[in-house]
Each structure stands twice: as C-alpha cells, then as structure tokens.
Design a protein around this ligand. Structure first.
Ligand code: ADP
Length: 581
C-alpha cells in the first residue's frame, strides 16, 4: 500500500515536472524564435520600402516635363505618339522602372514605354483604375493590381499632369513589378507574404500562397475589386488559419491549412502604413520542440534526484528514530531489571536478617535459659538453707548466683556492642597504640591472675579512623580468647605487634595456646561457633569483632602460627591525619 503510494507520487511528480518544464521551455523557445522572426521580417519590410521609395517621386517629376505637358494639351497624332513612346521608353530604361505610361484626361493610354511589346498598353483605357481617379481628384494615386493586358501584377504609382492653367490634362503612371524580390525571398525557408488592406495576399515567395484571403471579404469590397479589376481573372481562395498562442504585437503561433497541408507556424505580421499593406512571415518552429524535450528531461532528472534525496533523508530519519526508540527501550529495561534486582536483594537481605534473628533468638533463649534455670534451682536451695539456718552455706551459694548473673551480663554486653552498630558508624581519628593500651588495662586483673607474659612490639603513632570503644571491644575479645587458649599451657605468653604495611596498619595478637583446629578454622567467625564447654563460651565475640572491623573498612583474619593462633587486624591508614604536622 505504502509502496504503491510512493510509486504513484513518483510518477505523478515526474509527469507534472516534465509537463510544466516542457511547456515553460517551449513557450520561452517560441518567444525567442518569434523575436528572431520579427527581426527578419523588419529587414524584409525595409527592403520592400526602399524599393518602392526609389520610384515614389518618379511620376510627379516626369509629370512636370514641358514636352509631355504641351503634347497632352492638344490632340495627339501618330507622329507625336511615336515621339512620346520613344521618350517614355528611354526614361523607363534610365529610371529602371518596369513600365511608364501616359494617360490622357479620359484615362486612355496615349503612349507607353512598352509600345513595342504585344502587350503594349497603348490604346487601352484605364479610366476604371483607382490610381487614375485618385490622380485626377487628388493629384496622385497608387494601386496594386494585376495588369489587365499583361496579366502581370504590379504596383502602379500615378501623378496628375497639369496644363498651363493648372487643369488636369492627363496622368503619368509608373508600374513596378517585384519579380526579383519574390525570387530573392523564394530562396528563404520562411514563407513571406504581402497582403493588401483587405487581407488579400498579392506577393508570396512560395507558389500556392498568392491570391489567398487572410480574412473574409465583404460583398461591397468584392464588388469594388471586380470594378477596378484589381486581381482581374485571378481566382481568390480563403486561407484557413487559427491562433494557438498569441504573443502580442502581431506575433502568434498559428495552425494553418496551407498549400502543403496543415501545419503550425510562428506567424509574424508587420504593417506597412505608407502603402496600407501588411507583411507576413511564417516560420516553422524549430527549437521549441527540442528545448521542450531537453527541459522535460532535465526536470525529470531534477525531480528524480529530489525524490530520492527525500526518500534517503526520510529513511535516515526513520532509522535514527528506531535507534533512539530501541536505546530508550533498552535503558528502560535496564532500569526495570535493576529495580527488580534491588527488590530481590532487599528481599534476600531481609530474609538473611530474619534467619539471623531466628538463629540468635534460639541461641539467646538457650544461653539465657540455662543460667535462669540454674538460678531458680539455686534460689530454691538457698531458701531451704536459710530456713535451716545454714547461713554459712547460704553465703557460699550466693557466690554462684553472682557467677550466673555475670554470665548473663556478659552476653547482653556483647549484644550491646553489636547494637551500637549504627549505619555509617562513628568515625573519629584515633591512634591504635592507645587502643591496645586501653584494652590491656581493662583486662589487667585477668592477665595478672593468669600470670601470662606479654610481649609488645608497637610502632606508634598508628593513626586510623574509627570508633574507639568498638575497637577496644574487638581487642578485648581477641585478648580474652588468647587468655582462654593459654590457660592450661606452660609459660603462657601473648605477642602483640603493630606495624605498617603500605597503606594499612597491621595489628597482630598471637599466643602459644595450641592454635585452632583445622576444621574449626573456617568457622571461627561464624556467630555462636564455639569450642568452649557449655556455659564458658558464647561463640559471639569473634563474629561481632569481624563485623565491627569490616564496617571500619578493615579485615580480620585467623591463622595458626608456632605453638598457637594468630589473629590479624588490618585497618587503613588515616592519611588526612598523617599529613598534618
Ligand atoms: P567463644 O570465645 O565464646 O567461644 P569466640 O567467637 O570468641 O567465642 O571464639 C570462637 C571459637 O574460636 C572459640 O570457641 C575457639 O574454639 C576459637 N578460638 C578463638 N580464639 C582462639 C585462640 N586464641 N586459640 C585457639 N582457638 C581460638
């Protein structure tokens, strides 16, 4: 459907562009050709006018000849006629006109330059010719007509001959024929016509075009033409023609039913006001068709180029749009997946928290239940002792109550440390050597009781950023575990070292307490993992310590070394503090 539409658009545009461009080019070419034809026509008009002008004054000049005037005043005998014939013959030869003739006051030809020829005018009366009557009434006359005697058409220029008292005594007539002109024009490919005021063609450079009526002739005109015998025995036939395009100023494209059949011509017309004639030039348009064809082809090319450029641009735009859309879709998909993952992660975290809570609750219930049950039993026996007055024993029993309560306090103490954990934690700039010292102080009574040797190797100051109380808690845990480990070994010893390794501070707590079992090693940081007898260990110290260290951006790891275990605490150096003076 789309393709059909595109093809339709292509074809419609192609047709329209070719048609419009062709027409426009054709019109322009016709105008150009018409312009050229018009220039040509004015040249022809010029040569015709020059030809006539050469003889225009001739009859008036000859009419002044005293001999002619004196002869015409009296009767003309044979001798005088012969004299006049010879004179006209000589003058005609000198002037270069076709014929010279002299008419008396009645229009009778008394002498003529062609007196020797069989078609001599002498003795014929031309009183019916308009040039005679015009000369008689106005002094001069002119007329184009076919010779009554000769049958040859020509232009007659007449002038009145006046007597001594200025009276009309005759007419001198010059006849001009245009055979050379027609012959010269005959070599031209164009059709050149001269029509009279009534629209009758009397000069034509191609046969078949002469004596054609260019427009309808009224009955009156026809009668007058018959009376003056203008075209005498020549039959006149109408020339059928119609205007296709009018360019104005006598220029048009016309369809003509000429002697050679129907054809289109550029038809130029130029009036010759002095004679009352009109000169015509008919030319077959040559360049119009070819320039129209060229312009059509050029327009087709331009249209196709434009069309395909349009298609190309449209395609590009579409591809860009599709790309844009798929990119947007991809982005949206990524966003959706990320959101889903985040939800899933949140869910997992939540599940893990719930699991940890469950685990913790079970352990806590177990851990707290034991001392509580024990306390209950001890309280019952205490009541019995008091009832029996066994004060000494009761006093001893109370000591065990203390132990149990301490145990529960330790448990909650651990949990409190863990609960301190706030998102982001507390961060302060502190010195690790100080933290070690503080932890040792806290454990001083235990260390003294156990008679443990302590070896310290601290490179201070070791600036880190963290939370002092929680880090002390970590160290206390590590030291207490080490103490527990060396409880039953000879020469119990602890090694504490602090040293720098690139951008980290490494704090090691080592002992000679026998180390961690291979199977226990991966589990020591798990919550509630303990190898100590029930009631002695909670299995929560290392887990809490591990969490605290991680939160401070450090690591805590366990390994066996020598006769015991070594715990390594690794924390990033506080660069900001270090750079201070
Ligand atoms: P608890 O001390 O209550 O058992 P901890 O989480 O602190 O809980 O320790 C977990 C376990 O790791 C201990 O039960 C013990 O088996 C092992 N452990 C910790 N420190 C040492 C050490 N210095 N030497 C040997 N074993 C250790």
């Amino acid at each position: 459907m789309r393709i059909a539409l595109l093809i339709l658009l292509l074809l419609a545009g192609l047709f329209l562009a070719m048609h419009l461009a062709g027409r426009q080019a054709e019109r322009q070419a016709l105008r150009d050709e018409a312009e050229q034809a018009r220039e040509q026509l004015s040249l022809y008009a010029g040569s015709l006018r020059t030809l006539i002008d050469r003889f225009r004054a001739l009859p008036a000049v000859l009419a002044l000849d005293p001999e002619i005037r004196s002869i015409l005043q009296g009767p003309v005998d044979n001798h005088l006629q012969h004299q006049l014939n010879l004179k006209l013959e000589t003058m005609n030869r000198a002037a270069g006109s076709t014929t010279l003739e002299l008419l008396d006051r009645d229009g009778l030809a008394v002498a003529a330059s062609n007196w020797r020829s069989p078609t001599s005018y002498v003795g014929h009366n031309y009183g019916f010719r308009p040039y005679f009557s015009e000369a008689r009434s106005h002094g001069s006359g002119r007329f184009y007509g076919v010779g009554v005697v000769s049958g040859i058409p020509g232009y007659f220029l007449a002038s009145a001959v006046r007597g001594a008292n200025d009276e009309f005594i005759g007419t001198l007539v010059v006849k001009l024929e245009f055979p050379e002109l027609e012959q010269e024009w005959g070599q031209r490919p164009d059709i050149i016509l001269v029509s009279d005021a009534r629209g009758v063609v009397f000069i034509a450079n191609h046969p078949g075009w002469r004596y054609r009526e260019l427009k309808p002739i009224s009955a009156d005109d026809r009668r007058e033409m018959a009376a003056t015998r203008q075209y005498d025995k020549q039959p006149l036939a109408p020339l059928i023609h119609s205007t296709l395009q009018d360019f104005g100023e006598g220029s048009r494209l016309a369809r003509v039913d000429g002697p050679g059949g129907r054809a289109d011509f550029l038809w130029e017309s130029l009036p010759l006001p002095s004679e009352g004639w009109t000169l015509h030039l008919l030319r077959t348009p040559q360049e119009a068709a070819s320039s129209a064809r060229t312009a059509s082809l050029a327009a087709a090319g331009a249209w196709l180029a434009l069309y395909f450029l349009g298609l190309f641009l449209h395609q590009r735009w579409r591809v860009a749009r599709i790309r844009q859309r798929s990119r947007e879709e991809l982005e949206q998909l990524v966003e959706q997946r990320t959101a889903a993952l985040r939800t899933a992660q949140d869910g997992l975290i939540q599940a893990a928290k719930l699991a940890a809570l469950g685990q913790m609750s079970t352990a806590l219930a177990h851990e707290i239940n034991q001392p509580l049950t024990a306390l209950q039993m001890h309280l019952a026996s205490l009541r019995l002792m008091l009832a029996n007055g066994q004060l000494e024993q009761a006093h001893k029993a109370l000591g065990r109550h203390d132990e149990l309560l301490q145990r529960m306090a330790a448990l909650t103490g651990h949990l409190k440390t863990y609960a301190r954990k706030t998102p982001g934690g507390l961060r302060e700039c502190l010195e690790l050597g100080g933290v070690v010292e503080k932890a040792l102080q806290l454990l001083a009574p235990n260390l003294r009781d156990a008679q443990v040797a302590i070896s310290q190797e601290l490179s201070v100051p070791a600036w880190i950023s963290g939370d002092a109380i929680r880090l002390e808690q970590v160290l206390v845990n590590l030291l207490r575990n080490a103490l527990d480990a060396v409880a039953d070994v000879p020469n119990p010893t602890l090694w504490i070292s602090l040293r720098r390794e690139n951008a980290h501070w490494l704090l090691e707590v080592a002992d000679n307490g026998g180390g961690i079992g291979e199977s226990a090693l991966p589990q020591v940081f798990d919550p509630f993992f303990t190898t100590k007898p029930a009631g002695a260990g909670l299995g929560i110290g290392l887990a809490v310590s591990y969490a605290i260290v991680h939160e401070l951006g450090g690591t805590l790891s366990a390994a066996n070394q020598g006769a015991g275990a070594v715990f390594t605490l690794r924390l990033p150096v506080d660069k900001a503090r270090e750079e201070q003076p």
